[in-house]
Design a protein around this ligand. Sequence first.
Ligand SMILES: [Zn+2]
Length: 44
Amino acid sequence: MVDIDLKKVTSRKCKCLDCGNEFKGVGKKVKCPSCQSENVECSE
Ligand SMILES: [Zn+2]
């Protein structure tokens, strides 16, 4: 039986420091989908 590892996709919980929007960040450079700000804080 083969187990497919779905945890390979890096997604983190991010919060925009400008507008307070919380979203899922994928990748290295995360941008707020609401205000397009790069001033976001992410937790691993
Ligand atoms: Zn924002």
